[in-house]
Design a protein around this ligand. Structure first.
Ligand code: 5GP
Length: 189
């Protein structure tokens, strides 16, 4: 998506060799009109897939998922992050290791918001090693729901999570794919 690539080149800040900061429009400050464009693009790519619900994880996924849910006229569910390794009540949960934070987090969805009759589209801001996406896929499988695929705003291809999950049969649509990056230089795939 050219509009997104332009925005990343203009405003993205590469930290070290692994982290891209896009706090000016995606991860801290949010550009509402631009976020709606992202949502419409995902809706276009997954049109006709019969999506009944959009699933993401807090916090940065929520705004994008909302834009997708609005475009597809379906509800949005976000998994909550819990520090505690136990959970209460009727929930689906998965442990996710964050390479950026160097810690494991439990992501949790109350069972009543994901059901076997649902057809789910997963949405997230970044795909790096694939841990967050793998956790969300696990929640969908625990619910017995159908999964149509995942929409990712920015995929960092060199961290290989996308390759591994695609090899397992998951459809992943990323709006910008970064092949390599270093401070001041970003190469798209
Ligand atoms: P993964 O689980 O695929 O390794 O990483 C995906 C999650 O980590 C995303 O949900 C996102 O929150 C965070 N993340 C990974 N890489 C980056 C990055 O370069 N920049 C930002 N802002 N977040 C990232």
């Amino acid at each position: 998506m050219q509009e997104l690539r332009d925005r990343i080149l203009a405003e993205g800040v590469v930290v070290g060799s692994e982290v891209l900061k896009v706090d000016s429009f995606l991860n801290h400050q949010i550009d509402p009109a631009f976020t709606m464009h992202l949502g419409q693009e995902f809706a276009r790519r997954f049109a006709g897939s019969g999506v009944t619900k959009v699933l993401t994880v807090e916090a940065s996924g929520i705004a994008i998922a909302l834009a997708v849910g609005l475009a597809l006229s379906v509800p949005v569910v976000f998994a909550k992050k819990k520090q505690a390794l136990t959970q209460q009540g009727d929930c689906y949960s998965a442990e996710v290791f964050s390479f950026t934070r160097r810690e494991a987090t439990l992501i949790v969805v109350t069972a009543r918001y994901l059901s076997a009759g649902d057809t789910i589209l997963i949405i997230d801001d970044f795909l790096a090693h694939g841990e967050a996406l793998r956790g969300l896929v696990s929640l969908v499988h625990q619910a017995g729901a159908k999964l149509v695929g995942a929409g990712i705003v920015i995929e960092k291809c060199f961290q290989r999570g996308g390759d591994n999950l695609r090899a397992e049969g998951l459809r992943i649509e990323s709006l910008a794919a970064i092949e390599s990056m270093e401070p001041g230089v970003i190469h798209f795939a």
